[in-house]
Design a protein around this ligand. Structure first.
Ligand SMILES: [Zn+2]
Length: 347
């Protein structure tokens, strides 16, 4: 059963719903809010725009599963990310509620296990791509009977253990990688992958569905918390801000185009350009405060004592990832950037 749950969509859609509820007429109301399933303890399919649906994990907008994007053509289904891997049957059932077309590609936005854990099972639920070239990357034919997993080459290096850590099972590894700033494939519409270096990690991809006008961001953007930048995996605060600016370069606001660009975050609710602007501005403000204090020669303890993230902690601080921890991360990242000019100058 489907029912409308407008609290999970953008502010404008919520306002439209409220207006509709108050007036009891749709004479002045914009298009209805996208439909959202409401299944407890399950992935819920949220119809975003065009050919794109978001699967929001159990727990809704607070889910600890990475969001899964489902894009459908007449021929095939393309996924962005595959969840944590501990609820694969429910993820596959949700994908099949959206489309009966075989999963042909799974794009990984990064190597984190909350986005790649379901790679093997979800790939096996699909079929490999055949007959048409997918782009300029390297295609490894020996993928068994499953879908092809695509990611930036740094994701393969991390999952495969080449950058330290235990290697993931072979079936979880991307079979096709790219190393250029952009990569493209096609499934009823152009799908562009943009590598955003040194953001959350060194292997993040933004995925832009051009005709549908939807961007899947992975963890570069989340509505749940401060960005979980992984410095050890090549992430940085300045690269994270640059990646958010890249999203804003691609996105068109609602005012100038019907619907505008929808943004599917790595975690949390489906958003629009204004939400990303707010998130980017928040990070710039906190980063600048920390940077000014660093330039004055203050220590981490002194900087934390001024609470540079205080006005945002109520919104973004969570258990296990507090404002203090985030400020500490920014300090470490800025110190590393100062020692590595290439990172500092990254767009
Ligand atoms: Zn994540």
């Amino acid at each position: 059963m489907r029912r409308r749950v407008p609290c999970l969509v953008g502010v404008t859609a919520v306002a439209a719903f409220v207006a509709l509820a108050r007036t009891g007429t749709d004479a002045q109301a914009p298009a209805p809010a996208p439909a959202l399933e409401n299944r407890a303890n399950d992935f819920n399919a949220f119809t975003v725009q065009g050919a794109v649906t978001a699967l929001i994990g159990p727990g809704g907008n607070a889910s600890t599963q990475g969001n899964i994007t489902v894009q459908v053509s007449d021929d095939a289904t393309v996924l962005v990310d595959s969840g944590r891997g501990d609820a694969n049957d429910r993820a596959i059932a949700a994908i099949r509620r959206v489309s009966n077309r075989p999963v042909r590609f799974i794009i990984n936005t990064q190597a984190g296990r909350d986005h790649t854990g379901g790679n093997e099972a979800l790939a096996k639920s699909g079929r490999p791509y055949g007959g048409r070239a997918s782009g300029a990357g390297f295609l490894i034919a020996d993928q068994g009977a499953g879908a092809t997993i695509i990611a930036h080459e740094n994701v393969l290096a991390r999952l495969g253990g080449a950058k330290g850590g235990a290697p993931a099972p072979f079936g979880m590894l991307p079979g096709e990688t790219y190393f250029t700033p952009e990569h493209e494939l096609f499934n009823g519409e152009a799908i562009q992958l943009f590598h955003t270096p040194a953001a959350i990690t060194d292997g993040d991809s933004l995925v832009f569905f051009r005709r549908s006008d939807v961007i899947s961001t992975g963890d570069v953007f989340t509505t749940q918390s401060y960005p979980r930048i992984d410095l050890a995996a090549g992430g940085s605060i300045n690269g994270e801000i640059a990646a958010l600016n890249r999203i804003l370069d691609l996105a068109i606001p609602r005012a100038t185009q019907e619907g505008g660009t929808y943004i599917i975050p790595g975690h949390g609710r489906v958003s629009d350009e204004a939400d990303v602007v707010e998130y980017r501005d928040m990070l710039v403000i906190i980063r600048d405060r920390v940077q000014d204090l660093l330039k004055k020669g203050q220590t981490l303890a002194q900087i934390q004592a001024t609470k540079p993230s205080f006005d945002y902690d109520r919104r973004y601080a969570v258990a296990g990832y507090t404002g203090e921890q985030f400020v500490s991360l920014i300090v470490d990242s800025l110190k590393a950037s100062a020692a590595t000019p290439a990172v500092r100058s990254a767009r």
